[in-house]
Design a binder for this molecule. Structure first.
Ligand code: HEC
Length: 117
């Protein structure tokens, strides 16, 4: 029993070291940020103009269809916002918006939108 526990610890340490070597120093390692639905309510004012209306088409800077994000999986919303932020996914307005969001904002917004029906 005792040796099994220490084996687990070693594996844990190894995986932390492995992830650090990819994502940078220990303090910058990806720690999941817990989303807070309540806190998101102050932040959705930025999104509601475009994402609040089913089937809405934004007309700036050109006409495009705005996807529904209500009820989407939180991980998906979070990933999409991070991609806009990092530039791996690109859209004129979403790039600007996602760039202004912190990891906590993104987690809160993802939690909020994922629990909408
Ligand atoms: C000016 C209009 C506008 C505003 C404001 C806006 N969005 Fe968007 N959003 C869009 C459009 C258009 C797309 C689709 C872009 C594309 O095709 O990549 C999009 C895409 C997304 C996606 C990806 C959806 C998918 O199905 O892949 C997410 C998530 C998202 N927005 C979240 C947000 C959040 C959260 C906010 C507020 C902080 C916000 N958006 C504010 C117009 C807007």
């Amino acid at each position: 029993m005792k040796s099994r526990t220490s084996m687990k610890c070693k594996l844990y340490v190894l995986s932390v070291v492995a992830s650090c070597s990819i994502s940078g120093p220990l303090w910058a390692a990806d720690t999941p940020v817990a989303g807070n639905v309540q806190n998101a309510r102050d932040k959705i004012s930025m999104c509601i103009g475009c994402h609040g209306i089913p089937g809405y088409k934004a007309s700036f800077p050109e006409l495009y269809h705005v996807p529904m994000i209500a009820g989407q999986n939180a991980k998906y919303i979070e990933a999409a916002l991070n991609e806009y932020k990092k530039g791996t996914r690109s859209h004129p307005t979403m790039d600007a918006i996602a760039g202004s969001l912190s990891d906590q904002d993104i987690a809160d917004l993802a939690a909020y939108y994922s629990q909408l029906k």
